[in-house]
Write a new protein. Structure first.
Lengths: 103, 325, 325, 325, 103, 103
């Protein structure tokens, strides 16, 4: 099948910062993204789990954006401005997509 | 004194406190017992709706005994002031950085709605009435302390921005809106509305509270296990002294407001309790560099159990003594 | 008239309607208040089970007053016909494409089970009985409208395939199966079964309904906020006129069937309400090119609140007037 | 005999059994009806808490009628022994490998808490009392069978390690901790605690159980559909014979312990039922090469429905016959 | 460790189409896949969230398939036939897997 | 933006093995990972779904670790020791990360 080069950006970010991140992405022209729930994890600030939690303070989400390669830099800059002082992980990988007109 | 100890004992051996203890022990023993977060959220929505609604119905029948406005102003002032006291105490007896101290201080100025709910249950069991509008006071006391904390943090160079977006988030956070909304619905529909949904929000209330406290015990226990290394003697001292100080500050104000014994107790409980749901989330946004493990451990792992077990009976006893019981 | 307005007012100020309004306002104000979808799903499963079971028990005690078969046939016919009326109205007063109009029309031919459940609660509060088998009629009216919609879409070139798989999905969708299954269980176990589980499915029912309506208000409000730009005056007109037309079509049929005042009301409610759970999902499969924002906004954002607040009291009044109350 | 069939019939047509049947049929018909796992988990937490608490309260009021210690020892022994019987039967009548047979055997030595809970409901409906401490016996019988299964697997070369970590996981697994914890809380708080939360844990209990059984029917039906090809006549025979054998082994022990009719019934139910929550998870860790489809299908898809429908009335009848009713 | 080249296909698709997609994958010989829940997202049809939703109409899932490189084309064609008129995103990236005999 | 080469390891593993896996990762010096919930899937052992399930026996989770390339081998060995006899899928892909000092 006909596919096109694109980038897959995965941002794991604190729950209370989710809306700020997605707003910043939208402002930077990235309108396509998908938010996945996260159960728990571990990092420099220790281990955590969403089990039984009510507060958003203990929780993260994973935001996935598939973008055209030329849009990656804008996206990363927008994400970085939000993330800067916050915990979170940003990774970018190459991918191929169907229906490139959508990105 | 005899009475006091007996009622304290009774409260310690209530299904509520024991459920919390069960959760705490299970988590410390690393049992796999856990609640899905959706279930925990569902229970908290139920508790907020029920307590708000009941407060509203009580206002609709008894009217605004005492001064609603006065109590709200008193509560808001306390919420502003307590963080400064907490900050001073933390900086003098612990080694927390200015930023961490400011963040912790904000939690103690705000309130723990579950401590409040448990205190109401204790009052109901003891046959003591209280002003229905205290739930509005509780809602009003959630946010002001955040401002004090940010001011304290900014003064010490710790930045801490309170932008418009954060304002909106804090003032319209889910628990404030649900509490006040249910309160308004209760006020409007009154006894008739209560008759409609009584067997949902009154009868099973304590049972749901038990399960919710069990879950909180699990969460608190897991947190304590993670934070073992962090709890120093001065921090422990703070976690127990600060609710007592908060309650002591609240008592004269409550007396001046002319609240009933139940109302005085609840006012003290609000001052004494520390937030671990709404404020931590706001602090993650506004003061990301403050260490969340510290404030969550203090508020949920130490002060909450203290209030649940010893605090509430103590505040009730003080209120009975002061307001004449 | 006096009475009508009074009872309309009472219904507007019920905890149920106010809970929905609270959710709507909270979402429009962008509060963070929200229910986990697992909790929303759990509440809907409870409501379907309870309402189905109660209907079945009622049939087991009162027998099939009136004609069950007749009512089901009447309901199915209505569900087939209403989409054509809705389609015609949409195409003449709005600018919706043929495809979007067909998709919307399907929703209005089908039913909203929560509107139905709320109407039963209103009847119970007013002390008006109704035929227990109406839940079977409700279940029967879910699917036929989908066929009409697909036929309308196909006629206008909009494809729309109803393959065997989709048939199975629609006819065996969770809410139909649960509603009819619980109805059957209620019929078989009767009063004895009811005694067993009454304090689970009868007493807390209204309270759960309040929380569910609060959640629906939140979802509807969020949808309305997203769809601001989309709602034109003609669409708004349609969203209010169509339930009235549906109810007007239902009234004479219900009278011919000889239903009780309660039954007539429920029959009108079924015709007047629009699906926003089962039909939208089927439309995403069968008519993927139709815009979901349009049908969800109309059914959940506009028609549902209209029926909840003004519609139900109106249909009840009409039923009382017509069937002699 | 007349009586027996009548009561068997009554039990078959109870809302509980019918709810399970509804779930089973819906899943086999591939309906989309389903519960979120968070809701299923929430209901199971509720049931465990309620049943444990009630058992504890019963002990606090009636004292330890009969011998608690004796019953626990008897139960633990049974849990150790039954896997050997099950293993022998499986190896002689089915073609399961030694490893799969050992894994299955472990499930039958352990217990199904929902079968136990349903049996208690049946007893309560029939007005038959039972020893409150049977919930402690149930908890004690969860784990021993796992050891027997691992021993059987090791003997046949199937490895199967029970490391310290797995020990902790099994002994402190959520359901054991919640059951025993709630039992302890019930014992401590007694009638007073019961009065506090009765309308949460007693009144709605059967209704929640119905919904939970509906969910279990859905899960079991889905499993059966997946495992169609796997169920041979010998496996089917085992799934029905084994609970009868377990119950037959339990009956004399229960008589020797001097349990009441209700207690004898519950003891038989524990022996007859097979675990499908805790043990499967432990087996995935300890015997990863054993096929989970086999043990889940036998325990949940075949033996559970058998016990629910025919088993419980039968064990009750046998208990009444033997213990003199 | 010994690893083998493979492809990771990630398909984000509407909830009501989930079973049709997985059935099509199975029919195309892809028997290994994993379904992840999705909380919300944004695309040309606007923003959405599963919060409080009962209807499957508002919701998506992410289906992840790890396949041998030679199977990717069959998989993409099968997915495309289901997706064609539906909203959804398909991306393919290179990866290395342990235990290649499983794919 | 300045990015750095890294590896993204995705491990799909049975629920009852989750803690053993994360403990083994931690023991192997991998302290950063994120756990995602899984709804269902299909493999050689057939199709399954978490719907309505209470038992952990029927369920999986996805563990994502972003690591420096030189740490991948240690990670894979640790994961393999836990997974060996268990069902589960391990895939590794290249990625670029912001804030490399975190890994
Ligand atoms: N290397 C990593 N790979 C995957 N997730 C990570 C990684 N590091 C951190 N995280 C996630 O980000 C959260 C916060 O990380 P940290 O700020 O290091 O405590 C962790 O709890 C994980 O959920
Ligand atoms: N570029 C993208 N990256 C990630 N997810 C996307 C992207 N575009 C669309 N989606 C997801 O697919 C859904 C439907 O997209 P659309 O059809 O563009 O409205 C969105 O709500 C997202 O969840
Ligand atoms: N090729 C694959 N791609 C993605 N997930 C897979 C794959 N193979 C197996 N899985 C996941 O791992 C589980 C167990 O696989 P198996 O051991 O093959 O039955 C499946 O149910 C899927 O959730
Ligand atoms: Na306070
Ligand atoms: Na209709
Ligand atoms: Na057994």
């Amino acid at each position: 099948m006909q596919t096109h080069r694109a980038k897959r950006v995965e941002i794991i970010i604190e729950l209370p910062m989710e809306r700020r991140l997605t707003d910043a992405l939208t402002a930077a022209g990235v309108t396509g993204f998908t938010v996945l729930p996260v159960l728990g994890g571990s990092g420099r600030s220790g281990r955590w789990s969403r089990e039984g939690q009510v507060s958003a303070a203990v929780g993260m989400v994973a935001v996935i954006c598939i973008v055209r390669p030329d849009k990656v830099d804008g996206l990363l800059e927008a994400a970085f401005r939000v993330l800067e002082k916050h915990i979170g992980v940003v990774s970018v990988s190459d991918c191929d997509v169907l229906r490139a007109e959508r990105f | 004194m005899q009475d006091l100890m007996a009622s304290g004992m009774a409260s310690l051996l209530s299904p509520m406190v024991l459920s919390f203890a069960l959760g705490l022990v299970a988590a410390l023993a690393r049992s796999s017992l856990s609640f899905p977060d959706a279930v925990a959220k569902g229970m908290s929505l139920y508790l907020l709706f029920a307590i708000g609604f009941k407060g509203g119905v009580s206002v609709s029948t008894h009217g605004l005994e005492g001064t609603l406005i006065g109590s709200i102003i008193g509560g808001v002032l306390l919420s502003f002031i307590i963080p400064f006291v907490a900050y001073g105490l933390l900086r003098s007896i612990t080694r927390l950085s200015a930023l961490d101290a400011a963040a912790v201080a904000g939690h103690y100025g705000s309130i723990s709605i579950v401590t409040f709910v448990t205190a109401i249950s204790v009052l109901v069991s003891a046959g003591i009435t209280s002003e229905g509008y205290m739930v509005a006071v509780a809602a009003a006391m959630e946010a002001p302390a955040i401002l004090s904390a940010l001011w304290l943090a900014a003064r010490s160079g710790g930045a801490g921005q309170m932008d418009g977006e954060l304002w909106r988030e804090v003032l319209l956070n889910g628990s404030i809106v649900l509490l006040l909304g249910a309160f308004a619905i209760g006020t409007v529909t009154g006894e008739k509305g209560m008759a409609d949904i009584e067997s949902f929000i009154v009868s099973p209330f304590k049972g749901v509270l038990c399960l919710f406290l069990l879950d909180m015990g699990l969460v608190a226990g897991r947190g304590l296990r993670q934070a073992r290394g962090l709890i120093t003697a001065p921090l422990l001292l703070f976690a127990i002294a600060m609710p007592l100080i908060g309650a002591a500050l609240a008592l004269p104000i409550a007396m001046m407001l002319g609240l009933s014994v139940g109302g005085v107790t609840l006012f003290m409980v609000l001052a004494a309790s520390a937030s671990y749901i709404a404020v931590p989330a706001a602090m993650r946004v506004a003061l990301p560099e403050a260490n969340p493990t510290i404030y969550l451990t203090l508020a949920l792992g130490l002060t909450f159990p203290f209030n649940l077990t010893l605090g509430i009976p103590l505040y009730l006893a003080a209120a009975q003594f002061a307001a004449g019981g």
